[in-house]
Design a protein around this ligand. Structure first.
Ligand code: ATP
Length: 303
């Protein structure tokens, strides 16, 4: 059985002279939630649009559920729930009418009960005209149409854009429930806390290049931790200099107070501290946000 849901092979996209994607080469496994991150203009939307053959890559191959979007765009579209980033709903019909239409053209639609439950959870004003909906409510309708049929793959371009915090959480819950049922989810986002909450793996794209791909937890674990320690007596530096992956940044108060930088796991460091009378200890673990900011700014990231 094929275990790959999405495969990029040396994908390039030029818009005139702009090299929007430069050689994307990675895979997304079936059943995983993959967070696709990067600053504005990095190439996220371009990547997603190539996956649906809405635009054509300049070079390279894509495989979606074993299909080539260029030779079988209908096959891909039938099997993918897609939320566009530039969702532009502006009809004179109601949300219910619009979704009814989408239901008809998709295969394997959800049952009316499932549809109503989804609309209830997302609090979609089904009987209002689409053009008079607020931006957030349009986004919910967009999510409904992406989720309207039972598909093996969801491609969501910024799924929580414009939603209030409670609704953002509900969307994440829904996405997670879909993944638990075996659906693969590929989503782009700027909200790092939500990526941290639900993504199994993340890929970071910057200027069209994938600069990192890793399990979400491992990205955080391998980042640098800062620790400030006060001892109730003098503790010579010689006790710490031999520890691997530890750097002494500052020593104050006659070797009673230290600031350390720890690379990776903190276990060894904590056990060393425990040999001395610790008065106070403050540990600063970086959030995913801090880890990503380094990538976003293009700083060197320690490994
Ligand atoms: P954002 O987070 O702001 O949505 P993104 O990561 O989705 O950004 P893309 O929209 O894929 O980025 O854009 C990638 C690059 O390609 C940018 O430099 C953008 O200006 C350029 N670009 C995108 N669409 C076009 C187009 N139709 N014509 C010319 N250049 C384009």
């Amino acid at each position: 059985m094929e275990h790959t849901a999405i495969k990029f092979d040396n994908l390039h996209k030029y818009y005139g002279k702009v090299h929007a994607l430069s050689g994307l080469d990675f895979e997304v496994k079936k059943g995983e939630i993959f967070g696709f991150l990067g600053p504005n203009g990095a190439g996220k939307t371009t990547t997603i649009r190539c996956m649906l053959d809405l635009i054509r890559p300049s070079k390279g191959q894509i495989e979606i559920l074993g299909m080539d979007p260029q030779s079988d765009p209908q096959g891909v579209k039938q099997n993918v729930g897609y939320l566009p980033g530039d969702l532009n709903l502006d009809g004179n019909f109601t949300a219910r009418g619009y979704l009814k239409y989408i239901r008809r053209i998709k295969k394997e639609s959800r049952s009316p009960e499932e549809f109503n439950e989804l609309a209830r959870r997302l609090d979609v004003p089904l009987d209002m005209k689409i053009k008079s909906l607020s931006q957030g409510n349009k986004q919910k309708v967009g999510l409904m149409q992406a989720l309207i049929s039972k598909v093996p793959l969801l491609l969501l371009d910024e799924p929580t854009l414009g939603l209030d915090p409670l609704m953002q959480q509900e969307v994440l819950n829904i996405v997670q429930e879909e993944a638990e049922k075996g659906t693969t989810v590929f989503f782009s986002s700027h909200i790092l806390s939500e990526v941290q909450k639900i993504a199994d793996r993340v890929g970071i794209i910057r200027k069209g290049v994938l600069v990192e791909i890793a399990e979400t937890d491992s990205l955080i674990n391998r980042a640098i931790t800062l620790a400030t320690v006060s001892f109730s007596e003098e503790v010579p530096e010689s006790n710490f200099v031999h520890l691997p992956d530890l750097v002494i940044l500052r020593v104050n108060d006659h070797q009673k107070s230290y600031t350390f930088e720890i690379q990776g796991e903190v276990d060894h460091f904590i056990k060393t501290l425990a040999k001395f009378p610790v008065r106070d200890l403050a540990i600063h673990r970086p959030s995913l946000e801090e880890v990503f900011l380094k990538y976003y700014r293009g700083e060197k990231v320690e490994n």
